[in-house]
Design a protein around this ligand. Structure first.
Ligand code: B12
Ligand code: SF4
Length: 471
C-alpha cells in the first residue's frame, strides 16, 4: 500500500531567495512514517513530501499528487496553512483512483469540523497521530471500512461530525519510534531559514521533540499533545541525538518541545548525559523555555551540554496582560534567568505578543521597557492572532472581533486585526517605535555587534537567507 504524507509548510520556500519563510523538517509526519514502518513493515511504502520543498506554486499541487499514485494521502497542516490543506485534499480526491484522505496536525486537532468541511478529507485525526494513523492504514490494508477510533473524526451525510471518542495519548513516550530521519534530505531543510531566527553554528540541524504535553493553560495556545507532561527518558533522547550524529552527521538540535523544562530533573539528566557521552553537539531552544523556573546551575549545565541559544517565553511584561494570558510568569525570576543565560555565553531571545485584546498603551510600554532593559539579544515579536477555540478568541470577541478569523496568505497571522485598546494606527506606530528603541539600546547594539562578528569569523553559519539581511 502506497502512503503519501504531505506537510503543508509554505509552498516553494526552498526555492525562494533571498528570504524564504521559516521552515522546519516535517517532524509530525516523520513520526507517523516510523510508526507505520514499525507496525506494518513491508505492507506499506511511505513517501514524505513537504510543500516547501516539493512545489513552487499551488498550481503544481494536482500533478504532484497524481504522479505519486497514492492509496492513502496523509496531510499535516496548521491552521494558517488551511488553503494548502484544502488544495492537497481536493487534488487527492479528484484522482480517478481516489485515495483515502486523512488530515492531521494542529489544524484539524483544534478545528476538526471546520477542517473536515473545508478540505473534504475523509477523516481528521485529533491530537497525537501515530496510533490512530496506523490503525486507519491497517484497516485499509485489510480492505474493510475504517472502524470508529478514538480521536478520529468524520462527517456524516447530514454534515454532523462524529468521533470515536476523545484523542488518546501514548502513555510511554519512550515506546514511540524515532522519526524516520532517513526519509528526508536533512541537508535541504538545514539550508532553509530556520526557526531559531539567528545563524546556525553547525552544518546540519534537525528539530527534536523530547517531550509531549504541557500542563499550563496559556490563553493563546493550542493543545495538541494533551495537558499531561510526558517526558522521554534522558537515555532515549540522547540515543536519538547519538544516532543523528553517527548516521547523518547532524550536530545541531533545535528543541521544539512545548515545555522542555517542566521537569527540572529530566532536563539536568539530559544535559549530563550529553556531556558524559562527549557528544559534541550544539543545542538551541527556539520554541521557548519557562525562564522563571530555572536555576543558575541548570543554565550552566545547559551551556556545558552545548546550548548556545535560548528563547524565553516572555510574551508580555504587563502584569495585567500576563494575567489575562494566564501565563503565571514571575518577571523578576525571568529577568534573572535571561541575565544568567547571557553571562553563560548564550544568545538570548524572547517571544513578545503585542496587541493582546484589551492591551493599553501603558501595557505595551511596560513590555518595551522590560525588554529594552533586559539582556535579551533578539526580541521576536508577533501580533496577537486569536485562533478559534482558544480563550484568547473569547477575549477578542469582547474587544471587537466579530467573526471567526479567516486565513489567506496576505493575513498570515491576522496582524491587522487591531484588538488592542487604542486606535490601530497608534498601536502600529507604538510597536514600530518601541522595537526601534529596544534594538538601539547601546548595550544591546554592542552585544549584537559581537554576535555578528562571530558569524563573520566563521563561528556561525548559514541561516537560510543572505548575510546582508541584518538589522
Ligand atoms: C516548529 C514550529 C513552527 C515552525 C515551523 C512550522 C512549519 N510550517 O514548518 C515555525 C517557526 C515556522 C512556526 C510558525 C508558526 N507557528 Co508553529 N510551531 C512549531 C512547533 C513548536 C513544533 C512543531 C512540531 O514539529 N511538533 C512536533 C510534531 C511531532 O508534532 P505535530 O506536527 O503536531 O504532529 C503530531 C500530531 O499533530 C499528528 N499529526 C501531524 N500531522 C499529521 C498528519 C496526519 C495524516 C495524521 C493522521 C496525524 C498528524 O501526529 C503527529 C505525531 O503525534 C509547534 C508546537 C509543538 N510543540 O508542536 C508550533 C505550532 C505548530 N505553531 C503554531 C503557530 C500558531 C504558529 C504560527 C501561526 C505563529 C505565528 N503567529 O506566526 C506560525 C505559522 C507557520 C505555519 N506556516 O504553519 C501552533 C499551531 C496552532 C494551529 N492550530 O494551527 C502550534 C501548535 C503551537 C501551539 N501550541 O499553539 N511554527
Ligand atoms: S504557551 Fe507554552 S507554556 Fe503555555 S500552554 Fe502553550 S505550550 Fe504550555
Amino acid at each position: 500500500m502506497r502512503i503519501l504524507l504531505v506537510r503543508t509548510s509554505p509552498i516553494g520556500a526552498a526555492f525562494r531567495e533571498p528570504s524564504p519563510p521559516a521552515v522546519t523538517a516535517p517532524l509530525g509526519i516523520l513520526y507517523l512514517a516510523a510508526a507505520l514502518k514499525e507496525a506494518l513493515g513491508d505492507a506499506v511504502t511511505v513517501e514524505i513530501e513537504s510543500l516547501s520543498t516539493a512545489v513552487r506554486s499551488p498550481g503544481e499541487i494536482p500533478a504532484f499528487i497524481a504522479d505519486r499514485e497514492p492509496d492513502v494521502v496523509g496531510i499535516s497542516s496548521s491552521l494558517v496553512e488551511e488553503p494548502d490543506a484544502i488544495a492537497v485534499a481536493r487534488a487527492a480526491r479528484a484522482l480517478a483512483r481516489e485515495p483515502l484522505v486523512v488530515l492531521g496536525g494542529p489544524y484539524p486537532s483544534c478545528s476538526p469540523a471546520r477542517a473536515l468541511e473545508r478540505t473534504g478529507a475523509h477523516l481528521a485525526v485529533i491530537g497525537e497521530g501515530e496510533r490512530a494513523f496506523v490503525e486507519i492504514v491497517r484497516s485499509r490494508i485489510g480492505g474493510g471500512d475504517v472502524p470508529s477510533l478514538p480521536g478520529v473524526a468524520s462527517l456524516e451525510e447530514s454534515g454532523e461530525m462524529v468521533t470515536g471518542g476523545p484523542a488518546e495519548y501514548a502513555p510511554d513516550p519512550d515506546a514511540i519510534a524515532f522519526p524516520a530521519w532517513d526519509l528526508i534530505p536533512i541537508e535541504t531543510y538545514s539550508r532553509m531559514y530556520n526557526f531559531n531566527d539567528i545563524p546556525l553554528v553547525r552544518d546540519l540541524h534537525v528539530p527534536l521533540l523530547t517531550s509531549r504535553g504541557c500542563p499550563y493553560k496559556c490563553s493563546f495556545c493550542h493543545n495538541i499533545f494533551g495537558k499531561k507532561f510526558r517526558g522521554r527518558s534522558p537515555e532515549n533522547v540522547v540515543d536519538e541525538m547519538e544516532l543523528l550524529v553517527e548516521r547523518f552527521g547532524v550536530r545541531e538540535f533545535h528543541v521544539v518541545d512545548d515545555i522542555f523544562n517542566a521537569s527540572a530533573r529530566r532536563m539536568e539528566d539530559i544535559c549530563r548525559l550529553v556531556v558524559d557521552r562527549k557528544l559534541d553537539v550544539s543545542l538551541a531552544f527556539p520554541n521557548g523555555v519557562r525562564g522563571d523556573i530555572m536555576t543558575k546551575e541548570q543554565i550552566e549545565l545547559l551551556a556545558r551540554a552545548g546550548c548556545y541559544s535560548i528563547t524565553f517565553a516572555l510574551e508580555s511584561a504587563s502584569p495585567r496582560i500576563l494575567k489575562r494570558m494566564n501565563k503565571r510568569t514571575n518577571l523578576e525570576k525571568l529577568s534573572r534567568s535571561v541575565r544568567l543565560a547571557s553571562e553563560a555565553g548564550m544568545i538570548t531571545s524572547c517571544f513578545i505578543i503585542f496587541g493582546y485584546p484589551g492591551e493599553t498603551r501603558e501595557d505595551l510600554e511596560a513590555t518595551i521597557r522590560w525588554v529594552r532593559d533586559s539582556r535579551v539579544d533578539f526580541p521576536r515579536h508577533s501580533i496577537a492572532s486569536p485562533f478559534p477555540g482558544t480563550d484568547m478568541a473569547d477575549h477578542a470577541r469582547g474587544a471587537g472581533l466579530e467573526a471567526e478569523i479567516e486565513v489567506d496568505r496576505s493575513n498570515y497571522d491576522w496582524s491587522n486585526m487591531g484588538l488592542a485598546s487604542m486606535p490601530h494606527e497608534e498601536f502600529r506606530s507604538l510597536v514600530r517605535s518601541g522595537m526601534r528603541e529596544i534594538m538601539q539600546e547601546p548595550r544591546r547594539l554592542a552585544r549584537l555587534k559581537d554576535i555578528w562578528s562571530r558569524w563573520d569569523e566563521g563561528g556561525m553559519k548559514y541561516m537560510g537567507h543572505s548575510p546582508d539581511r541584518r538589522f
